[in-house]
Design a binder for this molecule. Structure first.
Ligand SMILES: Nc1ncnc2c1ncn2[C@@H]1O[C@H](COP(=O)(O)OP(=O)(O)OP(=O)(O)O)[C@@H](O)[C@H]1O
Length: 518
């Protein structure tokens, strides 16, 4: 190892996926022992860069050196041996594993054999050194998302990683979880680890990074340069580019606030839940008597720490949970026994939590994914015209500024943010009467985030009801006409603007259950 050499250096790295150039001649040197942020719009090439550094992608051209030593590109073992570890955007650990099994999963080939008890002792120490709160006997799926991420990071660090790359680590976290992560990242820096963070939110970048680098359309347009010398406006400009946001996209967080609350009480609600109960399952607690109503032309925000019944809520409305009691009405009709197709025909649209498993078929083409929603609602006998579907898909994707090269390419070949936009293009359509949007801006860049809020507001203004579930309270307060808080499968508080962060926060933690009645 050369002592002053950069921790990670790329020289003229170019990556092509078929016709798409994901990285184009990227040259960058990341100094040792610092926290580096890599930013850029959806599809800019950030994940590809991380995958090249970790040996998961073979560049067509270029070199990678770790601490001054060139490594064989496209080989995970070579990157690992040099001390590079990557924690992916979507977690990689098997949910059914216990924490200690998951840790051992990352350390295979280390030589020694351990008893189960010995293993637990070993990992307990490792986890506590990293201040990750998780019992080694617990299953990954039973842990809160912050702890799952902590375990992923701990697993990546088993092999004495010197360069840790975290791909969009904050996307899954609550504000408190982000603070915990940032404290962990600062401790790693203090212990000499070089951390490279791929981030979307400008405030997060400026809060944590020592340097920042900006990718745009596969090219490094700036950095690494000291983050202290840059402000929000300049960083936004660097990410979006001189041309400004794509047509139809305003600056992030457009001014328009919640609708001035017309009296909703005279209209038939778009959604009514009466004393809804569902069973708990592997995804978290069930619903314990939830009452909710949303009027047409209203946005209701659901706040809460993840894992407090939000998934059960979405599944129950979609007809995918076992309802043990209570009623679900869409537009005044009891749909408790109706399948998802019938609910969609009544105007239900869902932007699900997990885009890769619930929202898209990754091996199917973009046009098939885009048209799936419409096909579900039609009668089986109505003719399908693929040419027309492909054409309509293309214009919808262009309108959403999705970065793709053909409607025939598989959904799995899109970047995370662009994949989310395909779901949004499908679900926010003129036929939508009730849109459930679960973490709709997770992983989206600033322009696309603003586009989503605009699209949801436009849907509301057309008369659709919107239920937004988000762990980002700023976002939720910005867009919601009312906010309800979920805690342990119940509604623990109901609020209308102006929102009090303290009161909503208290309802989220169970410190209080006040708030207005609806
Ligand atoms: N396996 C693949 N096959 C084909 N194209 C791909 C593949 N992976 C990525 N791409 C394309 O390469 C480009 C860069 O994608 P990448 O995932 O690196 O972007 P990103 O900056 O991480 O985006 P996001 O913020 O949306 O996650 C995109 O145009 C994407 O569609």
């Amino acid at each position: 190892m050369t002592s002053n050499a950069p921790a990670l250096e790329c020289r003229d790295v170019t990556v092509r996926y078929g016709d798409v150039t994901a990285l184009s001649g990227v040259t960058a040197a990341f100094a040792q022992g610092l926290i580096h942020a890599v930013v850029g719009q959806n599809g800019a090439g950030k994940t590809t860069f991380a995958r090249v550094a970790a040996g998961l992608v073979q560049p067509a051209e270029g070199e990678v050196a770790i601490h001054g030593q060139p490594i064989r590109t496209g080989q995970v073992a070579a990157a690992r041996a040099a001390g590079v570890e990557l924690v992916h955007q979507s977690f990689a650990l098997p949910p059914s594993f216990t924490v200690s099994e998951a840790m051992e999963f990352g350390a295979s080939g280390k030589g020694s054999l351990f008893s189960r008890r010995g293993l637990r002792r070993r990992w307990r120490q490792h986890l506590s050194d990293l201040q990750v709160i998780a019992d080694p006997a617990q299953r990954i799926r039973d842990l809160p998302v912050e702890s799952q991420q902590g375990v992923e990071i701990a697993r990546a660090l088993i092999t004495q990683a010197r360069v840790l790359i975290l791909d969009e680590p904050t996307a899954v976290l609550t504000p408190l979880g982000i603070e915990t992560l940032f404290a962990r990242v600062r401790r790693l820096k203090a212990s000499g680890v070089t951390v490279i963070l791929i981030l979307h939110k400008i405030r997060e970048v400026l809060a944590i990074a020592d340097t920042l680098s900006v990718l745009r359309a596969g090219c490094l347009v700036d950095g690494p340069r000291p983050a202290a010398a840059i402000d929000e406006a300049e960083l936004t400009r660097l990410i979006v580019g001189a041309a400004g946001p794509a047509p139809g996209i305003q600056a992030a967080r457009p001014e328009a606030g919640p609708a001035s609350a017309a009296s909703f009480s005279t209209q038939t609600p778009a959604l009514e839940l009466h004393a809804l109960h569902t069973g708990a399952d592997s995804e978290g607690p069930g619903l314990e008597g939830v009452d909710l109503r949303i009027a047409p032309g209203e946005i209701l925000g659901i706040a809460g720490v993840e894992g407090n019944g939000q998934k059960a809520l979405v599944r129950a409305i979609a007809g995918l949970a076992t309802v043990q009691g209570g009623r679900i009405l869409l537009g005044g009709q009891d749909v408790g026994r109706r399948p998802l197709g019938a609910r969609r025909a009544a105007g239900l649209r869902i932007i699900p939590f997990e885009r890769n498993t619930e929202g898209l078929s990754l091996s199917s083409s973009l046009w098939e994914n885009w048209s799936a929603g419409g096909l579900l609602q039609r009668s089986l006998l109505s003719p399908v015209r693929p040419d027309r579907l492909r054409r309509d898909c293309k214009s919808a994707l262009d309108e959403w500024n999705v970065r793709y090269h053909s409607p025939a390419q598989p959904a799995g070949s899109l970047s995370g943010g662009n994949a989310q936009k395909v779901i949004l293009a499908r679900e926010i359509d003129p036929g939508a009467r009730l849109i459930i949007a679960a973490q709709p801006t997770r992983g989206l860049d600033i322009g696309a985030t603003s586009f989503v809020w605009q699209a949801l507001r436009a849907a509301r203004d057309r008369g659709a009801a919107v239920l937004v579930i988000s762990s980002d309270l700023d976002e939720l307060f910005d867009i919601s006409d009312r906010v309800a808080v979920m805690l342990s499968g119940r509604i623990s508080g109901r609020f209308s603007p102006p929102y009090s962060l303290n009161a909503v926060g208290a309802a989220m933690t169970g410190a209080a259950t006040q708030g207005e009645a609806l």
